[in-house]
Design a protein around this ligand. Structure first.
Ligand SMILES: Cc1cc2nc3c(=O)[nH]c(=O)nc-3n(C[C@H](O)[C@H](O)[C@H](O)COP(=O)(O)OP(=O)(O)OC[C@H]3O[C@@H](n4cnc5c(N)ncnc54)[C@H](O)[C@@H]3O)c2cc1C
Length: 419
């Protein structure tokens, strides 16, 4: 599966677009859009489905990386949408500033991450998209639209799935830099997790649970990322014990790719992601799916996944459970509700994974599970409407900003914007 455009990061999709252009300025983006019939933005290619593909033109945002502009009074930074979070983080840190959270990997572009509702972990921390204070996007007409938090269309336009225009600049909330200490605990009983879910997920600023479901009675690891205001690191976490050395979340992989652990303090950018910028994140040979469930259903949804352990485990490298806080962004997994993310890193067996997804989605259906837009899922437009209550308004917004459906690709036809 190769073509001149190459594949996504996972290698499970070869882009079908006829051409890719790499503009460096807003003017160049405008020129490319004039008269175009089918266009999509392409970030760092870390999505696992066909969301970023186009029937004709792909606009790579790689060169849309204008230098970050700090507004210390407003506590914001404005960046070109193609910048990777890891590069932005280094620049912010050098000036004494920070972002509230990062995803598990710093390799992804700001524009691509916010377009799909990418999130990290933390009871009190919302998704990365919720840190967006302003957007500049070029519409299909070539017009440049500026939106700020509070504008009527803003909440529909941040998690955009790339359906509204090419985002050229993004303004993000920032805060003074801070340190984080990361510790990993091993082997926590499933019963301890269900009984103490709130206590475990509030044991640190950011918490992730990992398991392979090989033993449905035990979850393999709990990662605590502690910040100054958190309580001291426990010696025992509801029966789980502190790992004696750095760990990778996936069994059998060296922890050299991972951010430092063992309670050693370091800057936010070197602890909040699980994976280091200069190394391959996760495994590299993998597929991913994730379902965002209202937090009140966390334990029931986790139990529903566990009930499928014998079907899931043979295809699974690791499952990650994370919480994140509610926001108002229409297509966010945490729209209107605190959420828990039930994430699956699969072996690269696409047809077997796709055959299992309807069963998994049926098991999570009672909990109004929302699929992650950048990962594999099988939900159809009707199912998506049931869990994303603002989808009708998003459709109206897309129809108004892109009446000729220039940004509607095969993925959007099949899911969110059927013709
Ligand atoms: C190893 C790995 C770990 C991951 N960890 C996490 C995680 O911790 N949390 C999580 O939530 N997700 C995670 N993801 C998923 C990932 O964050 C999303 O798929 C994200 O969209 C990737 O960003 P990208 O720049 O690669 O976007 P792409 O895959 O290139 O594009 C994604 C979408 O964004 C649109 N887009 C990109 N740039 C723009 C722009 N400038 N304007 C308009 N639209 C744009 C594209 O058209 C497309 O629709 C992970 C993925 C991988 C591979």
């Amino acid at each position: 599966m190769t073509n001149v455009l190459g594949t996504n990061w996972s290698g499970n999709h070869a882009y079908l677009a006829a051409r890719v252009e790499t503009p460096a300025t807003v003017d160049e983006v405008q020129d490319l859009l004039r008269g175009a019939s089918a266009v999509r933005a392409l970030g760092t290619r870390h999505s696992f489905n066909t969301i970023a593909d186009s029937a004709d033109l792909l606009i790579s945002t790689e060169l849309l990386r204008s230098d970050p502009v700090l507004d210390v009074e407003a506590r914001t930074v404005t960046v070109g949408a193609g910048i990777r979070y890891g590069d932005l983080a280094r620049e912010l840190q050098a000036s004494g500033w920070a972002l509230p959270n990062l995803a598990s990997l710093p390799h992804i572009s700001v524009g691509g991450a916010i377009a799909t509702g990418t999130h990290g972990s933390g009871n009190r921390i919302p998704s990365l998209a919720a840190s967006v204070a302003g957007l500049e996007l070029v519409l299909a007409s070539g017009e440049v639209l500026q939106l700020r938090r509070g504008d009527p269309d803003f909440d529909g336009a941040v998690v955009s799935l790339g359906a509204l225009g090419i985002v050229t600049r993004v303004t993000l909330d920032i805060e003074p830099t801070f340190d984080v200490e990361q510790s990993v605990f091993e082997r926590i009983a499933f019963s301890a997790v269900t009984l103490n879910f709130d206590a475990i997920t509030s044991a640190a600023y950011s918490v992730s649970l990992f398991t392979t479901w090989q033993d449905p009675d035990v979850l393999d690891q709990v990662w605590l990322k502690r910040r100054g205001m958190d309580a001291a690191a426990p010696s025992d976490l509801f029966g789980a014990t502190a790992a004696p050395a750095d760990r990778h979340p996936l069994p059998g992989i060296s922890a050299v790719n991972c951010t430092a652990q063992m309670g050693v303090a370091g800057a936010w950018l070197d602890r909040l992601p699980h994976f280091r910028l200069d190394f391959t994140p996760s495994n590299g040979e993998e597929l991913q799916s994730e379902y965002l469930v209202p937090r009140r259903h966390a334990v029931a949804a986790l139990s529903a996944v566990r009930a499928l352990a014998d079907q899931i485990a043979p295809l699974l490298q690791v499952c990650e459970v994370r919480t994140f806080a509610a926001d108002n962004l229409w297509l966010s997994g945490a729209y209107g509700t605190d959420a828990v993310g039930l994430h699956f890193t699969w072996f690269k067996k696409q047809s077997a994974v796709e055959a299992l997804l309807p069963t998994l989605e049926a098991a999570l259906e009672p909990f109004a599970a929302r699929p992650h837009w950048g990962k594999l899922f099988s939900a159809d437009p009707g199912a998506l409407e049931r869990v994303y209550p603002r989808l009708p308004e998003f459709r109206a917004l897309a129809a108004r900003l892109d009446p000729a459906r220039v940004f509607v690709n095969e993925f959007l036809e099949r899911t969110v914007l059927p013709g």
